[in-house]
Design a protein around this ligand. Structure first.
Ligand SMILES: [Zn+2]
Length: 66
């Protein structure tokens, strides 16, 4: 899966599929810039595990309008 910019912190993060929603990506867990990891994982950025629309899906939707 591609890496995309987190809408919360702006870092490039990995993505994963969202079950039942082929038009969405799920952002990988990641920490905020400049912070160290916690013992139980990286989840300090509010953008972690958020879902975002796939850019390709948005483009296809726009193209289908014409
Ligand atoms: Zn983030």
């Amino acid at each position: 899966m591609p890496r995309i910019e987190c809408p919360s912190c702006g870092r490039e993060v990995g993505t994963g599929p969202v079950a039942g929603a082929p038009g969405l990506y799920c952002l990988a867990r990641h920490d905020r810039p400049g912070r160290t990891a916690t013992i139980d994982g990286l989840l300090s950025c509010v953008g972690s595990l958020a879902t975002v629309p796939r850019p390709e899906a948005v483009e296809e939707a726009q193209l289908s309008l014409f």
